[in-house]
Design a binder for this molecule. Structure first.
Ligand code: GRG
Length: 296
C-alpha cells in the first residue's frame, strides 16, 4: 500500500497525539482535581504539536514501535508544555496569553502553574518508563530526553536567555543559546523517534543529527521573524515581546531579510542531510518546510 500523503498522515498523527495525551495525562476527576484540571488545560487542545510530529516522522524512517513512538511524542509535548507554563510566569517572561488562551498562572494561580510544570515533567518520564519495549532502549530514550531538557539543554538555554536581557550578543552566542533553549528539545524529538525504530548505522545517525540541528535552529530564526512581524491574534501569544523586553534576536542582529534567508538556508541543509533516506524521509522533509513556512 502506498504511504499516505503528508496532509493525511499529519491529520492522523495529530489525532493520535491528542488522544494519546488525553489518555496519558492524569484524569481530571482524580485528586488533586485542581492540579490535574490545570495540567489538562495547559496541554490539551492547543499548540502546533511540532515536536510530536517530528517524533512520528523520524519513526517512519525505520518502522518504529507504535506504542513507544506515541509515548515518546506525548513525553516530548509534556516537557515542552511544562517549559511554556514556567516561561510564562511573572518570574520569567511574564505573559498572559499562550495558545490563544490565558496562561496557566493567570487562569489558575502562580503556585498552580509551578506545580503544573513540575508534574508535567515527572509525568513525561513516567510515560516513557512505562512504555512497552526493551528496557535498554527505554533507558537510552529517557537519558536522551533528560539531557535535552536539563541544564545542558533547554533549562541551560533558558538560563543564558535570562542573563542576556539588555546585553548585546554576538551571532555565535545567540546561536549557542538557541541550540540549547529551543534546539535541544526539537533535536530530541527527531532522535527519540529514530530510537523507537530499528537501529540506524553511524552515517544515518549523523545525518539525522544534522537534520535535527538545522531545523532546530530554523525554528528559532522563524520564531524571531514571526515575533517581529505577526500579530498576537495570529500567534496566540503576545507579539513583539522580544523587542519590548530588550532581548537579542536574529532579527535584531541580522535584520528581517537576512533572517529569512538564513531560515531558507537551514531548510536546504536539512533537506541535504536527508538525501540518503530517499522516500522514507519524506515526512521529515515536509516538516522542515512546515517549520520554515509557518505563520504562527
Ligand atoms: C522555563 C525551563 C524553561 C524553559 C523555557 C522553550 C522555552 C524555554 C521558552 C519558551 C519561550 C519561547 C517563546 C521560545 C521560542 C521558541 C518556542 C519554544 C516557541 C514555542 O514553541 P511552539 O511554537 O509552541 O512549538 P506551540 O504552542 O505551538 O507548541
Amino acid at each position: 500500500m502506498p504511504a499516505p500523503a503528508f496532509d493525511d498522515w499529519m491529520r492522523a498523527r495529530l489525532s493520535d497525539v491528542e488522544q494519546g495525551l488525553a489518555a496519558l495525562l492524569p484524569d481530571q476527576a482524580a485528586m488533586p482535581q485542581r492540579l490535574h484540571e490545570a495540567m489538562r488545560y495547559a496541554v490539551l487542545d492547543g499548540g502546533k504539536r511540532v515536536r510530536p510530529l517530528l517524533v512520528f516522522a523520524a519513526g517512519a524512517l525505520q518502522d518504529a514501535d507504535q506504542d513507544l513512538l506515541l509515548r515518546a511524542a506525548a513525553a516530548l509535548e509534556m516537557i515542552h508544555v511544562y517549559s511554556l507554563v514556567h516561561d510564562d510566569m511573572p518570574c520569567m517572561d511574564d505573559d498572559a496569553l499562550r495558545r490563544g488562551k490565558p496562561t496557566v498562572h493567570v487562569r489558575y494561580d502562580q503556585a498552580t502553574a509551578l506545580l503544573v510544570g513540575d508534574a508535567l515533567q515527572a509525568q513525561a518520564f513516567q510515560v516513557l518508563a512505562q512504555a512497552s519495549g526493551a528496557p535498554e532502549r527505554k533507558l537510552e530514550m529517557i537519558a536522551l530526553l533528560a539531557e535535552a531538557a536539563g541544564s545542558r539543554g533547554m533549562c541551560g538555554g533558558q538560563a543564558i536567555d535570562l542573563e542576556s536581557v539588555g546585553k548585546p550578543l554576538t551571532l555565535e552566542q545567540l546561536e549557542r543559546m538557541h541550540r540549547m533553549k529551543t534546539g535541544a528539545l526539537l533535536r530530541a524529538a527527531v532522535m527519540l523517534g529514530a530510537l523507537a525504530g530499528a537501529a540506524l548505522d553511524q552515517e544515518q545517525a549523523a545525518r539525522l543529527s544534522r537534520y535535527a540541528d538545522a531545523i532546530g535552529l530554523a525554528f528559532q530564526v522563524v520564531d524571531d521573524v514571526l515575533d517581529a512581524t505577526a500579530d498576537s491574534a495570529t500567534l496566540g501569544k503576545t507579539a513583539g515581546k522580544d523587542a519590548q523586553d530588550g532581548k537579542p534576536t536574529y532579527v535584531s542582529i541580522l535584520g528581517l531579510e537576512q533572517s529569512r534567508q538564513l531560515a531558507q538556508r537551514l531548510r536546504d541543509e536539512a533537506y541535504q542531510a536527508l538525501l540518503p533516506f530517499g522516500s522514507e524521509g519524506r515526512y521529515l522533509r515536509e516538516l522542515a518546510d512546515l517549520v520554515v513556512q509557518r505563520k504562527a
